[in-house]
Design a protein around this ligand. Structure first.
Ligand code: NAI
Ligand code: MG
Length: 357
């Protein structure tokens, strides 16, 4: 299979972990006989320095012409004082908007050898393998009006706005993802209070018959928040609107113990998907070879699976990561008392070696 991959390393450790992902993907392409062409582009602070904008047209063009996009992270203290149009995050927001990336996928996989690192009990988190699918472009974060109102501006309004189409496409994505996983979908809403949630439920009921092999249910968001901590293993795919998804995905992510282990994807209806670690540019450890590359490497595995339909190749990366962790190799963020700490490149080499075994 021949694919073009846009690589936007960004700032700080973004650049370091992007290199790790590229070198792992090169091993995958050799092993499985694919041709991956990598095209690099600037985004974030480095793009501001070079072009005076966080998302140069050239970068957007590379992304549009590629089959998928890998992104490191953007931002850093150097640009913190910039006006909002010239902030690194603006590049990421514009990219998401330009490519209509409405579905944010946040898998939470707890590797057995790291389950001890979670603040939850080992028995509760060991074996957790769930995915939160969050609507990313609508809802309370984008609805208008959003402003202070009244004569004295002492009242305030935010608007939760969704069109039926927006709900349909995210619910459809939730079912599709459940179908290629363990065929279980939980739709999360607040239908006892919100009209938007009642429409959400209607849409789920309308789409469900298209996926007869997927078992589904509805949960109220407060119950879902509780169940995630009480018994997370009951979940496979959770689909929900923007605000609920923001909160639940951060809650769920802490089961894994470290930000350095969390991949993500953002998908559109038919354009290229964007794959990036959940963590930021980590200026405190940038340039020191301390970054954990696994979140980025696992993001590239998601790319193989969800953009290229290469499930076997994706599983090969995931197994390689699992083996390396089982052997006791740790970067500093996931270190424990009995394992030696290794660097970003050493960890990357271990994963590559495990892939070729
Ligand atoms: P951060 O995720 O960069 O770092 C938080 C803490 O986790 C730091 O102590 C860092 O050293 C550690 N950490 C993060 N990733 C790690 C990894 N792979 N391996 C080992 N340790 C890791 O979040 P923070 O500090 O809030 O933000 C730093 C910069 O990153 C800011 O400019 C922020 O705007 C930006 N940021 C960018 C994001 C993106 O590009 N998607 C997301 C979050 C923050
Ligand atoms: Mg959040």
């Amino acid at each position: 299979m021949k694919k073009q991959i846009a690589v936007l390393p960004g700032d700080g450790i973004g650049a370091e972990v992007a290199e790790s992902a590229i070198s792992v993907l090169k091993v995958v392409s050799e092993k499985f006989g694919h041709e991956f062409e990598f095209k690099k582009g600037l985004i974030g602070g480095c793009a501001i320095d070079e072009y005076g904008t966080p998302l140069p047209d050239e970068t957007l063009t590379i992304c549009r012409e590629s089959d998928a996009i890998l992104l490191g992270a953007v931002g850093g203290p150097k640009w913190d004082g910039n006006p909002s149009e010239l902030r690194p995050e603006k590049g990421l927001l514009t990219l998401r908007k330009s490519l209509d990336l409405f579905a944010n996928l946040r898998p939470v996989t707890v590797f057995e050898s790291l389950a001890e690192a979670s603040t939850l009990k080992f028995e509760v988190v060991n074996g957790v393998d769930l995915m939160i699918v969050r609507e990313l472009t609508g809802g309370l974060y984008f609805g208008r009006p959003s402003e202070r109102i009244g004569e004295n501006k002492d009242a305030v309004v935010d608007t939760l706005h969704y069109t039926r189409k927006e709900i349909e496409r995210i619910v459809q994505k939730g079912f599709e993802l459940a179908q290629v996983r363990r065929k279980k979908l939980t739709s999360v809403d607040k239908a006892n209070v919100l009209e938007s949630s009642r429409m959400w439920r209607e849409v789920v009921e309308e789409i469900a018959p298209k996926f007869p092999d997927v078992e589904y249910d509805h949960r109220l968001v407060d119950d879902a928040a509780m169940q995630l901590i009480r018994n997370p293993k009951q979940f496979d795919v959770i689909v929900t609107e923007n605000l609920f998804g923001d909160i639940l995905s951060d809650e769920a992510s802490m089961m894994t113990g470290s930000l350095g282990m969390l991949p993500s994807a953002s998908l559109s209806a038919d354009g290229p998907g964007l794959y990036e670690p959940v963590h930021g540019s980590a200026p405190d450890i940038a340039g020191q070879g301390k970054a954990n590359p696994l979140a980025m490497i696992l993001s590239s595995a998601m790319m193989l699976k969800y953009s290229f339909n290469l499930s076997e190749e994706a599983s090969a990366i995931e197994s390689a990561v699992q083996n390396v962790l089982n052997e006791g190799y740790r970067t500093q963020d996931i270190a424990d008392s009995h394992s030696p700490v290794i660097s970003t490149t050493e960890m990357t080499e271990k994963v590559k070696a495990a892939l070729t075994e």
